[in-house]
Design a protein around this ligand. Structure first.
Ligand code: ARG
Length: 270
């Protein structure tokens, strides 16, 4: 597996587009760099993961959250249409990264907001997609046509859990973590009907971004301070790697938002 990351050179809390962000609660530049580097090293050290990097750009502090760049599916890159103007400048860099590597680039109509893998998660053969707070539900339909897969739309109702990857985490083999209070009643039904075992995350640990975890086979990488979920995962046979990411939670993100899945084979190599 290859993951795309962006060094936090220009990371900071420069605007407020979700309830976690407050300009008066700045991130510590050095600590953020250390926390990011720890994750950056842990992934290739522990697993067969290759990390690719995109160059950070000044004035785009949230570019570190590469999960929001778009969606990569086979040789296709579907670029995000960010809801907030302050993040729209990121698109050119990400598009360029995929373009020079031979991917076919897709854009949705400008008025259809879509925030990439942050709101779209593959669970076995099914895509689940969050909408309402960031992505628009209509974007799911357009993405479904491009990836030629069914997408189940889930309405997110809690501003603190504004992307699907903040409140839902597929673990494979019919298992997933979720934070029930982030979804509307119909979305909860859709989850229950399609996932064999849903593990509810308690509020305190959802707020420590337990759902925003990177899953590599039977390994889970997550922010520290989620002991209940850690033990539950261990009892299910997972190895849990906790790594502190508190500086990124100040912007409303954690482990999973800091990486974007990129298929290993470059498209031009077939
Ligand atoms: N500050 C960023 C935003 O509000 C954080 C994005 C976190 N990404 C994610 N996939 N949840 O857009």
């Amino acid at each position: 597996m290859q993951l795309l990351m962006c060094p936090p050179l220009f990371y900071g809390i420069e605007y407020e587009i979700n309830p976690w962000m407050s300009r008066s609660r700045q991130s510590d530049t050095q600590l953020a760099q250390e926390q990011w580097k720890r994750l950056y090293r842990l992934l290739p050290d522990q697993f067969a993961i290759e990390i690719a990097l995109v160059e950070p750009r000044q004035g785009l502090p949230d570019m570190v959250f590469t999960a929001n760049a778009g969606l990569v599916w086979k040789n296709k890159f579907i670029a995000s249409n960010f809801r907030h103007e302050v993040r729209r400048g990121e698109t050119a860099s990400f598009q360029n990264w995929f373009e020079v590597r031979g991917y076919e680039i897709f854009h949705l109509p400008e008025e259809n907001f879509f925030e990439g893998e942050g709101d779209l998660l593959l669970c076995e053969d099914l895509f689940f997609a969050g909408y309402h707070i960031r992505s628009d539900v209509i974007s799911h339909q357009k993405v479904a046509e491009i990836v030629e897969r069914e997408i189940l739309s889930l309405e997110l109702t809690n501003e603190w859990f504004y992307h699907l990857d903040t409140c839902f985490c597929p673990l494979g083999n019919g298992l997933a973590l979720f934070y029930p209070a982030a979804f509307d009643a119909y979305a909860l039904k859709v989850l229950e009907n399609n996932i064999e075992t849903l593990i509810p995350v308690p509020e305190g640990e959802a707020r420590r971004f337990a759902c925003n975890a990177i899953v590599v086979e039977k390994n889970v990488v997550m922010n520290d301070g989620c002991p209940e979920i850690r033990e539950r995962l261990k009892s299910l046979g997972f190895s849990v790697f906790e790594t502190p990411l508190g500086e990124f939670i100040k912007a409303g993100g954690s482990a999973k938002c800091l990486v974007l899945k990129v298929p290993h084979e470059k498209p031009d190599q077939g």
